[in-house]
Design a protein around this ligand. Sequence first.
Ligand code: ZN
Length: 295
Amino acid sequence: MWKRLLAASVWVVLMVGMVLAVPAAEKPKLKALIIDGQNAHPWQSTTPVLKKILEQTGLFQVDVATSPPKGADMSGFKPNFAAYDVVISNYQGDPWPEETKKALVDYVAGGGGLVIYHFALAAFPDWKEWNEMIGLGGWGGRNEKHGPYVYWQDGKIVYDDSPGKGGGHGPAQEFVLDVRCPDHPIMQGLPPRFAHVKDELYGWLRGPAKNLTILATAFAPKEKGGSGRHEPLLFTVQYGKGRVFQNALGHTANELKSVAFIVTFQRGCEWAATGKVTQPVPPDFPGPDKPSVRE
Ligand code: ZN
């Protein structure tokens, strides 16, 4: 009798212990899809870092869709964009099949999130809806026919219709980003100026620039091969019901160690997915004086 009672109480204690050990129901993760497979930049080494950076937030479950290589048959490349909260492009290369292009436009217009990372802004110069979704692009023969140059001057956006090619940069250099929209969810709580590691400072971007919000710019000095303007490097576009975020930083995996990149990318992806940012600003986020790096 005593033995049975003892056994029963041990059983009860074990059961209670097991129930308590089960963590509170985890919030379902946001589904993110990184697109790569072609890029004049080293996508093979940057995609795994982008994936890791997103997973470190605990918010995202990340898949990767890799296209066929340059010149190969693209007709079977049909990622299921609609299954994701946010699609991140690390792609610059051959045009996609019409069906795939339409699926991405429908996905974004219908409320999907799209994030453009660094040289992905050079993709698809001849795809009208793509240029509208990304707001500003460069290279690929872009010129005044694609839209104005856009930069920041005297506290506001300038749309400059002068002719010329879109996209350029001087030698890699350290630079400071100036926050231009401190109330935007991606920028809330960040210092007004923050340093980034030695990287390409993109300039002369141009495009339709409809429904564009500039979040941060960096000054590109002429003596360092720049435009002499405050160039937009973090910005958003509203496209239909969808949210698009561009982060023009991060030439290679080495530049992705910059906390200025990591945090703005993490926050931008959450915002593109949900319209909100729940991530606190980490203590190692840099101020204006020197960049902060994570190994
Ligand atoms: Zn680059």
